[in-house]
Design a protein. Structure first.
Ligand SMILES: [Zn+2]
Length: 231
């Protein structure tokens, strides 16, 4: 019934999770209704979002590629503290640029989108470290497939030069890979004699065992962070 190009665009809209047949058609028709200016803006934004967004070199969250950062301008203390010849902080996210954040508190999350969930609580004022994956030997995912190496080799040693203690807050979905990742972190910290300087905490009990971080509400999130306990 619909012209082929609309059907084609509707099919592409279904790339997005949660968009079904009917809403995909509606979106395609909505695109067709846009004014020529808005249509060009949309095309421009679609192109830019891939070209101009990257992962933060310090924490792994989404960062904007900006011209002044490419020139290596030092924005805050983070750059002097966390950067070295092996690891340049070329692109840094808004959270890492925020000088009011507590650098000695790092929330470990699996995916960049989990950062948005924790930020929603409006309670947490530390920084983040996105692991990309959780360790899951059964799925052939090991420590080297995560960014734990960067955390243990670069971040923690550098932070311990400046801060007497560092807290790692684990924000993982409950499950086997969460336990495997926690056990690995504990073991490495123990081997390095760092357990008295680096504390591992996790969110309070009371969260449902298989909670979905995406749907946690702000109050529950803030309470869970406040009541965190030793992992
Ligand atoms: Zn960052």
């Amino acid at each position: 019934m619909l012209p082929k190009s609309i059907q084609d665009l509707a099919e592409k809209m279904r790339y997005f999770p949660g968009v079904g047949v009917r809403s995909s058609q509606k979106l395609a028709l909505d695109v067709l209704q846009l004014s020529p200016e808005k249509y060009e803006e949309l095309i421009g934004s679609l192109k830019n979002v891939r070209a101009e967004v990257c992962f933060c070199d310090n924490c792994g969250f989404f960062a904007q590629k900006e011209a002044e950062q490419k020139a290596g301008v030092k924005i805050n203390q983070l750059f002097t503290l966390m950067q070295d010849q092996n690891h340049s902080l070329q692109f840094v996210c808004e959270i890492c640029k925020d000088t009011t954040r507590n650098l000695a508190q790092i929330c470990l999350v699996e995916k960049a989108t989990d950062v948005i969930t924790v930020e929603k609580s409006q309670f947490y004022r530390g920084t983040y470290h996105v692991l990309q994956n959780l360790i899951s030997p059964l799925d052939n995912i090991f420590a080297e497939d995560t960014s734990i190496g960067d955390l243990l080799e670069r971040k923690i040693p550098k932070l311990l030069v400046k801060y007497p203690k560092v807290e790692l807050i684990l924000f993982f979905k409950a499950g086997f890979s969460s336990e495997a990742t926690t056990a690995y972190l504990k073991e490495v910290l123990k081997q390095r004699g760092l357990l008295d300087k680096v504390s591992l905490t996790k969110l309070a009990q009371g969260l449902p065992l298989y909670y979905n971080p995406d749907t946690l509400d702000q109050a529950t999130m803030a309470k869970a962070l406040e009541d965190r306990r030793e992992a």
